[in-house]
Ligand binder design. Structure first.
Ligand SMILES: [Zn+2]
Length: 352
């Protein structure tokens, strides 16, 4: 089979590989559509997970089952499926402890394009098929369904980590495709005011459609000062971090009310430590929680998130700004994600 692979850090291309073998609990899936993620950019060009040789990229897809193992109960060849980017081993001790995303080791629930070949391929392997695949509702378009792999569950996980409550004022730092889903998730959780930090007009427009009420730009000065001004020096109840750097936690702590929570789902690619401002952290006693986590993955989550799309409570269309047809456009879509033109949120390639 053909797959689009990371040949080494900074170099990519199409390669030939054997079709993956299907174990008793597994499924082999062919993609109906794939989406490019900023993580693919980090992996390939920044060496975010270290060097990899001839590893097929990609972890966001919708697909059709072509083969299942002898122990798989709920899926058969021909089924159209949603596939989470994170595919835990559900019988692991970590999953039993409630941390499926760390099954097999810290962050090891992330298998596609990390510990094994990813989804930019004619066929890909899904472990623990009954636990990780979900049937794709007929009303959901395969291109939109890719957004359910990672953007929705990751953006929503920031909202879960921040524990957003009815009537909260929520700050969302970063309104790329993940942060937009944090905005949508905070709105679904009943936030009264959602302050979004971002500048690109296409993202600002999308954030408005998902429920953001106020906008600030880091270009207009320190974001903590702008947030305090907007809130009459009250600050915010919750912060979702979906962009920025190790420096981002400093303004987040500064604007957080005592008892507030920060939920981070942003990948921190450099710097050895994050800065916590001592005084604003209540000299160690401010009850200001910082929580960071990889999204849990798995079938139940996919089914629940898909039901939000089915019922019309979540519209995925604004996320997909660039739609391609055919594998021959995959590289173009990947390079687009790297170069991030101003009108881009998410590129998706439909495999016709
Ligand atoms: Zn992703």
């Amino acid at each position: 089979m053909k797959g689009y692979a990371m040949l080494r850090i900074g170099e990519s291309g199409w390669i030939e590989k054997d079709t993956p073998a299907c174990g008793p609990l597994d499924a082999i899936v062919k993609p109906l559509a794939v989406a490019i993620c900023t993580s693919d950019v980090h992996t390939l060009w920044e060496g975010a997970i270290g060097d990899r040789h001839n590893m097929i990229l990609g972890h966001e897809a919708s697909g059709e089952v072509v083969e299942v193992g002898s122990e798989v109960k709920d899926f058969k060849p021909g089924d159209r499926v949603l596939i989470p980017a994170i595919t835990p081993d559900w019988n692991s001790l970590e999953a039993q402890a409630g941390y499926s995303m760390h099954s097999g080791g810290m962050l090891a629930g992330w298998k596609f394009s990390n510990f094994k070949d990813g989804v930019f391929s004619e066929y890909f392997h899904v472990n623990d098929a009954d636990g990780n695949l979900a049937h794709m509702p007929e009303s959901i378009d395969p291109a939109d369904a890719c957004i359910l792999s990672d953007m929705v569950p990751t953006g929503f996980h920031a909202v879960e980590l921040a524990d957003v409550q009815f009537g909260d004022t929520v700050l969302v730092i970063g309104i790329g495709p993940v942060g937009l889903m944090s905005v949508a998730g905070a709105a679904l959780r009943g936030a009264s005011r959602i302050i979004a930090v971002g500048t690109r007009p296409v993202c600002v427009e999308a954030a408005k459609s998902y429920g953001a009420t106020d906008f600030i730009s880091y270009k207009n000065g320190p974001i903590d000062e702008q947030v305090m001004e907007l809130t009459g020096d009250k600050g915010v109840d919750r912060v979702c971090v979906a962009g920025g750097t190790v420096e981002t936690f400093e303004p987040a702590i500064k604007v957080l009310k005592p008892g507030g929570k920060i939920g981070n789902v942003n990948y921190l690619g450099s710097g050895d430590y994050i800065n916590i401002p001592r005084v604003e952290w209540g000299v160690g006693m401010g009850h200001k929680d910082i929580r960071g986590g990889l999204m849990p993955g798995g079938r139940l989550r996919m089914e629940k998130l898909a039901s939000l799309v089915e019922s019309g409570r979540l519209d995925l269309h604004p996320e997909v700004t660039h739609l391609f047809h055919g594998w021959e456009h995959l590289e173009e879509a990947l390079f687009l994600m790297r170069d991030k033109p101003v009108d881009l949120i998410k590129p998706v390639v439909v495999i016709d």
